[in-house]
Design a protein around this ligand. Structure first.
Ligand code: ADP
Ligand code: ASP
Ligand code: MG
Length: 447
């Protein structure tokens, strides 16, 4: 079998949905398990619209009109009878859910996951309809929930429970299909509460399902021709990378390359399944193949790609007494742990410890707790820029090129770190200098 994941834009318009069907049709020999995201186009972003509708319902204004109109219009363009396809039933349920949210005036993470699940549940049915009716493919639709994909109850960013995998595999093996369509992004707890894997989570669903069925390959179909040397929205000169190792792709995903959800590579690494990233609108482009090892390393770029995490904060803890006091670090990190502050980068001197973390409300409460035993400064508005490549290991001079590029752009580096694995050099710069930093680094390594 293979797993084929179609991202939001790949199923965002009638044209793209038909294109996705063609690509699925070309793979029937390999029994595709198709993982689908919610519809997404520049005119209408389903998941964002669901979130916005839920928030306005909480504020007393339940209104499902925008979502009804967009979903029905797409069905109309595809000639789908939305009642017969089960879409109207879902829309009706969604409308009732909004009224419920408005009545209670409360929107918990658990409810938000139910709200967001409607996007994938509708697009899965839509794709399945077109596959069967217009392409004559014997296709079966089962939501990931009904296939038995279970997670913990960490709503909004749930973790899959591998104990469920054998039962899911068994259920899939018992189905008769040419193509099986299921939902990305969503799952449920053991007791049936709907959960999501975090925004952009369909990539993760794809590798989870790939691991479950022992797929020979996971294909991620998106709106760019593979993983590129930088986000093409930040660096228009970015180009596609033919090959990446699991470690490189994993590092890029964690450090902000949105083309892959941060956790995507975990199941692929565990089950050693190659991941192919391809462009739905340009299927002849080879895209990027991600696997354990790259056979030929000759002529390979030392630096493979740049990634950015925006919205970072920096917490600097100062004390006169850190020297010789080995319990100090553990005290600080105990506070971060208690307040769920995720530390991305850390730098120390004799009297200060600086960490960067995604900006969140928890930072202030953590800072308050640290003030009991040390001075704390919180600064906001930073970006973490990463330079990633496995061949950096053992290659002298890469860090020098990074700092030279920053100096050339007049960019102030607030923090810099190179992990002991030597596959990532990360820099913290002000948000306003981030784009410049990418331009300079791209010129230095790929110009
Ligand atoms: P999908 O809906 O298919 O999951 P996403 O919007 O989540 O698509 O991810 C694709 C987008 O990721 C691209 O359009 C691009 O702007 C962005 N992106 C960020 N970093 C990279 C990168 N290194 N290579 C390719 N795309 C990237
Ligand atoms: N539809 C979800 C989102 O927009 C999941 C995904 O697209 O991967 O975040
Ligand atoms: Mg995505």
């Amino acid at each position: 079998m293979i797993a084929m994941k179609f991202g939001g834009t790949s199923v965002g318009t009638a044209v793209n949905i038909r294109q996705a069907c063609r690509l699925i049709g070309a793979e029937l020999k390999r029994k595709p398990l198709v993982i689908v995201s919610a519809h997404n186009s520049p005119e209408f972003r389903m998941t964002d619209a669901l979130v916005a509708a839920a928030k306005s319902a909480r504020d007393g204004k339940p209104d499902s009109q925008l979502i009804f109109t967009a979903q029905r219009r797409l069905c109309g363009e595809l000639g789908i009878d939305s009642a017969a396809a089960g879409i109207d039933f879902l829309l009706d349920q969604f409308d009732k859910l909004l009224s419920g949210i408005a009545m209670i005036g409360e929107l918990t993470p658990r409810t938000m996951d139910v709200v967001m699940s409607f996007g994938e549940r509708m697009s899965g049915r839509v794709l399945n309809e077109v596959l069967g009716r217009d392409f004559g493919i014997r296709s079966v639709y089962r939501s990931s929930i009904s296939l038995g994909l279970r997670t913990d109850a960490n709503f909004g960013a749930a973790h899959p429970d591998p104990d469920c995998y054998p039962a899911v595999a068994k259920q899939i093996a018992g189905l008769d299909f040419e193509a099986l369509v299921t939902t990305g992004f969503i799952a449920s707890t053991r007791d049936g509460q709907i959960t999501t894997l975090g925004r952009g989570g369909s990539d993760y669903s794809a590798t989870i399902f790939g691991a479950i069925v022992g797929a020979e390959e996971v294909q991620i179909w998106t709106d760019v021709s593979g993983v590129m040397t930088a986000d093409p929205r930040l660096a228009p000169e970015a180009r596609s990378i033919p090959e990446l190792t699991f470690m490189e792709a994993s590092e890029l995903a964690w450090y902000g390359a949105k083309v892959l959800h941060p956790a995507t590579m975990i199941p692929a690494i565990e089950s050693d399944i190659p991941v192919l990233v391809k462009n739905t609108s340009a299927p002849d482009h080879p895209g990027t193949i991600i696997r354990k090892r790259i056979p030929s390393r000759r002529n390979a770029d030392i630096v493979k790609s740049l990634a950015v995490l925006k919205g970072m904060a920096m917490i600097t803890v100062t004390t006169g007494r850190m020297f010789g006091s080995h319990g100090f670090m553990s005290k600080i990190f105990e506070v971060f742990n208690r307040h769920s502050v995720d530390v991305h980068m850390i730098a120390t001197s004799e009297v200060t410890v600086s960490v960067t973390t995604p900006d969140s409300e928890n930072i202030e409460s953590a800072a308050e707790a640290i003030r009991n035993f040390a001075e704390v400064k919180v600064e906001r508005g930073f970006s973490l820029v990463s330079v990633v490549g496995e061949l950096m290991r053992g290659t002298p001079g890469v860090a020098a090129r990074v700092t030279r590029a920053m100096a050339a752009g007049g960019i102030n580096i607030r923090m810099i770190s190179q992990g002991a694995s030597e596959i990532n050099i990360a820099l913290v710069v002000g948000d306003s200098q981030m784009k410049r930093a990418i331009t300079e680094l791209h010129r230095e390594f790929f110009g």
